[in-house]
Design a protein around this ligand. Structure first.
Ligand code: PGA
Length: 253
């Protein structure tokens, strides 16, 4: 069972090589080696290799922002799970709403990516979330159940597998205004119930974590992580400066 809270920085397409290295070095200095908080960072693919070297010897886990669902082949522009492993990636963000929106990523693609990540022992962080229209139409629960089910149905979770579902309300991402923590907790309950419908309860308890993402910062993070069902956060904007990101980690200790 993994009781550690998870804090993952999603650097998106925002930092080049130099900036990524500077941030990685800053984080390595500031993040204590022994901590109950599990920390991950997800640079752009182009910076993964040097960032891996920069954070070696720390307890910062390296992650990617995407992967492809085949092991190898004629898939121009894509990156395979074994290539990510070679670079030292231990986690991968899958189905982020920006990819669903701009790259046409479907639930089926999210499913295939999740499956291959697990087969390669890379921890998938599967993102789900409703957009504003869906929220206003009171369809949030329906959308979430559907996304979680399509991503995970039929995937066999083995004993040591770790999976993460990240609830990210699309309309809140990058807005500077996080969702009300009680509303987030409600959706986490819906996700947990959906996971229990798909897997034995012990598997949900032992192998899954459900985290929140969307305008998290050091001021609001504990209003989320204080909730029993919120087991960490996925951070965009506030993960791009070492101090801001470390403040988030320190706030929840
Ligand atoms: P944000 O992004 O923290 O800037 O809202 C979160 C995300 O997109 O994962």
């Amino acid at each position: 069972m993994n009781n550690n809270l998870l804090v993952v920085g999603n650097w998106k397409m925002k930092l080049g090589l130099k900036e990524s290295l500077k941030l990685a070095n800053g984080l390595k200095k500031k993040i204590k080696r022994k901590s109950k908080v599990e920390v991950g960072i997800c640079p752009s693919h182009s910076s993964l290799y040097p960032v891996a070297a920069a954070v070696r010897g720390s307890n910062i886990k390296l992650g990617a922002q995407n992967l492809f669902w085949e092991e190898e082949g004629a898939f121009t522009g894509e990156i395979s799970p074994s290539m990510l492993k070679e670079l030292g990636c231990e986690l991968v963000i899958i189905g982020h709403s920006e990819r669903r929106q701009y790259l046409g990523e479907t639930d089926e693609m999210v499913h295939k990516k999740t499956r291959i990540a697990l087969e390669n022992k890379i921890m998938p962080i599967v993102c789900v979330g409703e957009n504003l229209e869906e929220r206003e139409d009171k369809k949030t629960d329906f959308i979430i159940i559907n996304q979680v089910t399509k991503a995970l149905q039929g995937i066999n979770v083995e004993e040591n597998d770790q999976l993460v579902v990240a609830y990210e309300p699309v309309w809140v991402i990058g807005s500077g205004q996080a969702i009300n923590p009680e509303d987030a907790e409600h959706v986490h309950r819906v996700i947990r119930q959906t996971l229990i419908d798909l897997n034995p309860k012990e598997v949900v308890d032992n192998n899954f974590r459900i985290i929140y993402g969307g305008s998290v910062d050091s001021d609001n993070v504990t209003s989320f992580t204080d909730k029993k069902l919120i087991e960490g956060v996925l951070v965009g904007g506030a993960s791009l400066k070492a101090e801001k990101f470390v403040n988030i980690i320190n706030a929840i200790k």
